[in-house]
Design a protein around this ligand. Structure first.
Ligand SMILES: Cc1cc2nc3c(=O)[nH]c(=O)nc-3n(C[C@H](O)[C@H](O)[C@H](O)COP(=O)(O)OP(=O)(O)OC[C@H]3O[C@@H](n4cnc5c(N)ncnc54)[C@H](O)[C@@H]3O)c2cc1C
Length: 404
């Protein structure tokens, strides 16, 4: 039996692929199986020190994802002897990545695209894994789509279960059990406090970049030392009645040298402006996201993250470009404000070439890691497609190994 820890982007596709190949699979998930439309209630708490978004529920952070399916890391991973080109094609097809129909572009996104073009920037429609026929264009993608109009890892977990996989939810893996450098199983703790062990000679750790590192640290491994988070801010101001906040979020993309830009609304902008005459419908705003230096770490279960001089330069370059677009679009320059710095793509804590080999195997026989933690460098762009491709590749390796 293969035991998979976590039902997010990294874990769910492996569970599905193995179950479809008649390999017995057990999946252990810390969070509950919730309706996608309620998933905003399952964001982990953040503190004033670091605003890092992730959710704990079946599907992991895919349930609140914006549906951006950007193909990346293809060339970078070849340097680590990992070729995911075929798997990128496969997952793009599997989850239906495409640019949305013109009917799903609102006034705010069109204004962003036209303003960017008119100041000489190259802008494209964002590749998405959203189904137009189900999308009601409410702007709530990151709350958990009220209409279930986008792919989430829950779709793959459901297929895995239909094919015989066993899901144990609301149960946390606390430790990985090993003997003579070989994995033997896991220790689990359910929400009612009961503690058990499950035996397995193949364990795939897909608990996300923070939790996978914490679990490996308990094994005595030096995980969690090269954390990146792809930091971002959202900068915007007043353009009366633009009504951008109700549109498909992040539906266009500008790839800068050191940042990416996409139209994006945050309620924090209205809070900053603190003027009841300014409604959310009066804001046009842009997300600036950067590939940060991987200088974060996880110490005693806490994330420690500093921004380097380069990180701040990249954010400033992106914010300046966003400001130029906003002014060209007609936003009142006196109203432009920014959110605090946030992050939603933690990764890098169990990097390929350092803590796992090109087959994502750790130094323990039978113990693999497949989630954002294995990505060796910050992509500074949406990583779901790359994580899915890495996991698809690992599932092929395991199917091959187990069918011998
Ligand atoms: C608001 C938001 C919007 C985003 N939008 C996009 C987007 O549009 N496109 C994109 O490419 N990326 C997006 N991302 C990033 C993307 O969702 C993450 O990079 C991705 O989910 C990471 O996959 P993962 O497998 O590493 O972790 P996750 O998907 O988070 O999965 C980890 C799973 O492990 C479970 N778990 C944790 N600890 C344990 C334990 N001890 N035992 C058992 N289970 C455990 C968690 O509950 C979770 O289900 C977004 C993220 C956020 C927060």
């Amino acid at each position: 039996m293969v035991l998979i820890i976590g039902t997010g982007v990294g874990g769910a596709i492996i569970a599905m692929e193995l179950a479809k190949s008649n390999i017995p699979v057990t999946i252990v998930e810390k969070g509950p199986f919730v309706d996608v439309k309620n998933s905003y209630k399952y964001y982990d708490e953040v503190d004033d020190y670091l605003d890092l978004s992730k959710t704990t529920c079946v599907g992991g952070s895919s349930v609140v994802a914006a549906g951006n399916g950007v193909r990346l890391l293809e060339e970078e991973l070849k340097r680590y002897d990992v070729d995911i080109s075929t798997e990128l094609d496969e997952v793009e097809e599997l989850i239906g990545v495409h640019q949305l129909d013109d009917s799903h572009f609102g006034e705010g996104t069109k204004t962003f695209m036209e303003a960017a073009k008119s100041i000489g920037l190259s802008v494209i429609k964002m590749p998405k894994f959203i189904r137009e026929e189900d999308c009601v264009q409410c702007g709530k993608c990151a709350w958990g789509c009220p209409n279930n109009a986008k792919w989430t890892s829950q779709d793959f977990i459901n297929i895995a279960i239909e094919n015989g996989a066993k899901l144990i939810s609301e149960t946390e893996v606390t430790d990985i059990l090993t003997e003579n450098k070989t994995v033997k199983g896991v220790k689990i703790k359910s929400t009612n406090g009961s503690i058990k062990t499950i035996e397995s000679d193949i364990v795939v750790l897909s608990a996300g970049a923070i939790d996978s590192a914490i679990i490996l640290q308990r094994l005595g491994l030096k995980a969690g030392e090269k954390l990146f988070i792809d930091p971002f801010v959202t900068v915007g101001g007043v353009l009366k009645n633009i009504s951008y906040s109700n549109e498909v979020t992040m539906n266009a993309l500008i790839k800068g040298r050191n940042f990416v830009l996409a139209p994006h609304y945050s309620v924090i902008l209205n809070q900053n402006l603190d003027d009841e005459n300014i409604k959310k419908e009066d804001i046009l705003s842009i997300m600036i996201k950067i590939p940060d230096d991987n200088h974060g770490k996880i110490v005693n279960g806490k994330v420690i993250k500093e921004n380097t001089i380069k990180d701040i330069r990249f954010i400033a370059e992106g914010a300046a470009t966003a400001g130029a677009i906003l002014v060209e679009a007609g936003v009142d320059p006196n109203t432009i404000t920014s959110t605090r710095l946030r992050g939603a793509h933690p990764g890098g804590t169990v990097p390929i070439g350092d803590m796992v080999d090109s087959n994502l195997k750790t130094e323990y026989d039978g113990l693999y890691v497949s989630d954002a933690s294995v990505i060796p460098e910050a992509p500074g762009a949406p990583p779901i497609i790359a994580i899915l491709a890495l996991s698809k590749r690992l599932s092929k390796h395991l199917i091959n190994k187990l069918s011998k």
